[in-house]
Design a binder for this molecule. Structure first.
Ligand code: NAD
Ligand code: ZN
Length: 343
């Protein structure tokens, strides 16, 4: 089969031919991949940044966001059958620790991640344990089904508390911030305010449905958010930039007793004036990781099945699998929303 792998330390990714996984354990499933989208994590692995150097052990197949068809099942598999159209949660929980047993599988103490801790989905076939597989409604396009994992990040971040009828500030309109705008529209946010510095993504945010787009390099974010919200500030901050400045501006732009849900991951320790920005304003802050298993997947699946979300603008590019270099180049330049590879 074809596979895009991290062959050795250093920049880049290599297209190779390797054996289809044959050693299916009793609960393993072999999936023929139809579509696989490129995540920021794949770009980190491609660029071989500090995080990748510390987490990836080459050679390893990259990728983890995908949709495909079940083609073989292990002896004891009972949740899916051959022919099912599936996607997958990428966080494989142990099922045994305190978190797994108390409804918090997404923060399992022994989490394994597809495409990070084991071979991933940039391949004609992937082996996945049945526990993380998700059956897709056949009406959902392959390409849309592939981006449910990052869409789940957006859904999890947004639905941590109520957003309907609220003024929401999204900091960072990268692929996940753009998905968040689409989800907020469907959820009935009163006003969707977005901050972003990249020209391509500022325009895309507007096209997808942001009511206001602020460029922090040209305008004072806090002043503008207040002006857009009757002087009160935003009710909800959805932080999706991983940028310290954006986080600080976002907290400052929140109305007292507002809430912040933070998905962005920061390159280093961040400094916040906790007294003024959080404590005396009585702000509730949520750290968001992954997707609630499987509460988030039910929401994402039903929203797509019932055509309540339109991903046609967020997915800006699709490439043939073997043209993956084009995808990584666009991701590096930031001239894209979501990019999907077709197999
Ligand atoms: P991305 O890096 O592609 O997007 C971030 C966007 O923020 C970019 O478009 C960038 O131009 C913009 N930005 C940078 N500085 C800004 C500023 N000062 N103000 C406003 N915008 C600014 O990332 P993504 O793939 O869209 O993911 C969003 C974030 O979520 C990233 O930080 C990523 O690492 C993180 N993430 C977290 C989880 C989790 O489970 N917690 C999962 C996936 C991704
Ligand atoms: Zn666990």
């Amino acid at each position: 089969m074809r596979a895009i792998i991290k062959e050795k330390p250093g920049r880049g990714a290599t297209l190779v031919t390797k054996d289809v996984p044959k050693d299916l354990g009793p609960h393993d499933v072999l999936v023929k991949v139809y579509a696989a989208s490129i995540c920021g994590t794949d770009l980190h692995i491609y660029l071989w940044n500090k995080w990748a150097q510390e987490h990836i052990k080459p050679p390893q197949t990259m990728g983890h966001e995908f949709s495909g068809e079940v083609v073989a099942v292990g002896r004891d598999v009972s949740m899916v059958k051959i022919g099912d159209f599936v996607s997958s949660e990428t966080h494989i929980p142990c099922g045994k620790c305190k978190q797994c047993r108390t409804g918090n599988m997404h923060v399992c103490q022994h989490l394994q991640i597809l495409g990070v801790d084991r071979d991933g989905a940039f391949a004609d076939y992937i082996k996945v344990p049945e526990i993380v597989l998700w059956k897709n409604d056949p009406s959902i396009p392959h390409i849309w089904a592939s981006v449910q994992e990052p869409l789940g990040n957006a859904v999890h971040t947004i639905f941590t508390e109520d957003v309907t009828g609220k003024n929401v500030l999204v900091t960072g309109a990268g692929p996940i911030g753009l998905l968040a705008i689409e989800v907020l529209r469907t959820a009935g946010a009163a006003k969707i305010i977005v901050s972003e510095i990249n020209e391509y993504r500022k325009n895309l945010a507007k096209e997808i449905g942001a009511d206001v787009v602020i460029d922090p390099t040209k305008e004072d974010v806090v002043k503008r958010v207040k002006a857009e919200t009757n002087g009160d500030g935003a009710d909800v901050l959805i932080e999706m930039s991983g940028n310290e400045r954006a986080l600080n501006d976002g907290l400052a732009a929140l109305t007292p007793a507002g809430r912040a849900s933070l998905l962005g991951v920061y390159n280093s320790d961040v400094k916040i004036n906790l007294n003024d920005l959080v404590i005396f304003k009585a702000i509730r802050i949520y750290g968001i990781t992954g997707r609630k298993m499987f509460d988030t997947w039910y929401k994402v699946g039903d929203l797509l099945k019932n055509k309540k979300l339109d991903l046609s603008k967020v997915i800006t590019h699709t490439f043939d699998f073997e043209d993956y270099e084009k995808g990584f180049k666009l991701m590096e330049e930031g001239k894209c929303g979501k990019i999907v590879l077709k197999l």
